[in-house]
Design a protein around this ligand. Structure first.
Ligand code: SF4
Length: 484
């Protein structure tokens, strides 16, 4: 999972990209980068490094990123190592100069890589799947040496849709031409765009008579923060190409119904973002309401309802309303620790649970607790929290998850690829409770989750194994790694 931003038309494009990216820090913490393009002297400028955005890019460095177009990326690595060389945005010189960043995961990456070498003599140098996609785009745009029209760009993206299977939301600078963004035909990962009227000062700097600047970002929160309006989600298989003259071109290639990832609303996205027109906070309230209704019929003994901060707060509020039991925030988060799910090794995760939270012992002693979490993935966090609560005198602990049991791997950018690592795979609720040390465990039903999404069909493959696209190539790769 990653966060991306693209700006075209603002004299402060790099600065705006940086600020927009700060709103997406939760989407990736391995590395961050900004690439700007200055059309005055036809140059790219880039800064990228490992770590959080503020560590990776200093304010002084942003000053050197000139130009009215920029793209930015914060990375959570699912493919490729955590090395500076794998950090995005990536750049290729031919044709025109193409700079690109993406959020997602390419399922048939090895196959496409082999084809690129065999048929087109193009070698992919990094382990980052973005480089594969950038090569396909570069190859398609090199076919024609006429004027680079929106139709040629549209056809090049159509070729990507034909060739590349997986989840990908992208932003691309085409030097001398404009900013391109596109979403895969299933629309797995979020991507939205909007526009902002330039101020008189900005128009004075630009000196090109344009009225608007345009922005693209993984989540609407970035665009709202930057003051962009008319924010719209890109549809499945949709591309948007905005020229340096401010002309907006849109195309859609509809191969299949949209299946956005339900886990964005459950866990990943900012609570104040809107994805596919559904506000994340309101969806979390709904998940809690539906789970609360189910819990009511279970007659469990509960004194207080406690959210695991931060994602599950809205759901815990509506569960407490349904059960008519007090809501208490007695798990206190250490704001400066990383989210444990995003860390890359089991050892790092184990350490991080201790760093992450503390408990208000006075409020839980001799009480029956209902602990609400957004999901139970490996069970590591739940187990540690439960140990901490018991050590501080909790009488009983019922653990509930607003995500139904995760039983299958995700091949589309969320890091739970190995079935053996998923605590709920092939287990009953009783077995899961025993493993994590809870008295009881309950999950939101998948049917209730569908009910919450109402008219929007989402991907739920990690819950039921019904993958919206063929994942056999990625599955084979994982199986061979497990055997080794
Ligand atoms: S498999 Fe699960 S986590 Fe992956 S895209 Fe589908 S819903 Fe999201």
């Amino acid at each position: 999972m990653c966060g991306i931003v693209g700006i075209i038309g603002s004299p402060f494009a790099a600065k705006e990209s940086y600020l927009g990216l700060l709103m997406l820090q939760h989407r990736g913490q391995d590395s961050a980068g900004i690439l700007s393009y200055d059309s005055n002297n036809n140059t790219f400028n880039s800064e990228k490094n490992l770590g959080h955005i503020k560590e990776a890019i200093s304010e002084e460095q942003i000053e050197s990123l000139t130009g009215s177009c920029a793209i930015a990326h914060t990375r959570y690595s699912t493919i490729g190592k955590i090395r500076k060389e794998e950090a995005q945005p990536m750049l290729t010189n031919y044709p025109y100069g193409i700079g690109m960043a993406h959020n997602g995961n390419i399922v048939n990456v090895e196959e496409v890589k082999k084809d690129l070498l065999k048929k087109n003599k193009r070698m992919v140098l990094s382990k980052n799947d973005l480089e594969v996609m950038m090569n396909i785009l570069a190859k398609e745009l090199s076919n024609d040496d006429e004027f680079l029209s929106s139709e040629i760009i549209n056809q090049a993206v159509a070729k990507i849709y034909e060739t590349i299977e997986g989840a990908y939301s992208t932003v691309t600078i085409l030097a001398g031409h404009g900013l391109l963004a596109f979403k895969d035909p299933n629309g797995f990962r979020p991507l939205c765009w909007g526009k902002r009227k330039l101020t008189d000062e900005e128009k004075g700097i630009n000196q090109n008579g344009q009225e608007y600047t345009y922005a693209i970002a993984s989540e609407s929160k970035s665009l709202q923060f930057l003051g962009y309006e008319s924010v719209e989600e890109l549809k499945e298989g949709e591309l948007i190409y905005i020229t340096f003259e401010g002309v907006v071109h849109k195309f859609q290639h509809k191969k299949t119904p949209a299946t956005p990832c339900m886990f964005e609303w459950i866990y990943f996205a900012n609570a104040d973002s809107k994805i596919w027109n559904k506000n994340v906070y309101q969806m979390r309230l709904k998940f809690g309401e539906l789970l609360g209704k189910k819990l009511k019929s279970e007659n469990i003994d509960v004194d207080i309802v406690v959210p695991v901060p931060d994602t599950s707060r809205p759901s815990a509020i509506t569960i407490s309303e349904q059960l008519a039991k007090p809501y208490r925030e007695v798990l206190i988060k250490n704001r400066y620790a990383q989210r444990t799910f995003i860390l890359n090794s089991q050892m790092e995760r184990e350490k991080a649970v201790h760093l992450k939270m503390n408990v208000v012992a006075e409020e839980i002693k001799d009480k029956n607790l209902l602990i609400v979490d957004d999901s139970i993935v490996r069970g590591t966090t739940s187990k540690k929290i439960i140990q901490m609560l018991r050590a501080n005198g909790a009488k009983s602990i019922t653990m509930v998850s607003t995500c139904p049991p995760l039983i299958k791997p995700c091949f589309f950018g969320i890091d739970f690829p190995n079935e053996e690592e998923l605590v709920a795979a092939n287990k009953t609720n009783r077995e899961i409770a025993d493993l994590i040390g809870a008295d009881h465990v309950f999950f939101l039903d998948q049917n209730d989750l569908k009910l919450a999404f109402n008219d929007l069909k989402t991907c739920m493959a990690c819950l039921d194994g019904k993958y919206p696209i063929d994942v056999s190539a990625a599955q084979k790769m994982i199986d061979s790694r497990i055997k080794k």
